[in-house]
Design a protein around this ligand. Structure first.
Ligand SMILES: [Zn+2]
Length: 81
């Protein structure tokens, strides 16, 4: 479930949480891909019982993951369902 705000025309507005850019949505369909994070924090964290959610556009995802010491694990999808 993407974080979205319903605008006047009934479309869901989805924003990149990092740069604040509105992602392209037409007729309720997200026309560009985005990274979605959804994390239920547990007992040994500072946010026990909280659920955190955010989206990142492709550009922000690239920028943030490029700073990782260990690169993102990438697997190739063999079939598209
Ligand atoms: Zn962004």
């Amino acid at each position: 479930m993407k974080r979205a705000v319903v605008n006047n025309s009934g479309d869901m507005d989805i924003y990149c949480n990092s740069c604040g850019r509105k992602l392209k949505v037409e007729n309720g369909i997200l026309m560009e891909d985005a990274f979605e994070a959804n994390k239920e924090w547990g007992y040994f964290s500072d946010w026990d019982t909280q659920i955190h959610r955010f989206n990142l556009c492709e550009e922000c995802y690239k920028e943030i993951t490029s700073r990782f010491q260990i690169p993102v694990e990438v697997r190739q999808k063999l079939e598209v369902l």
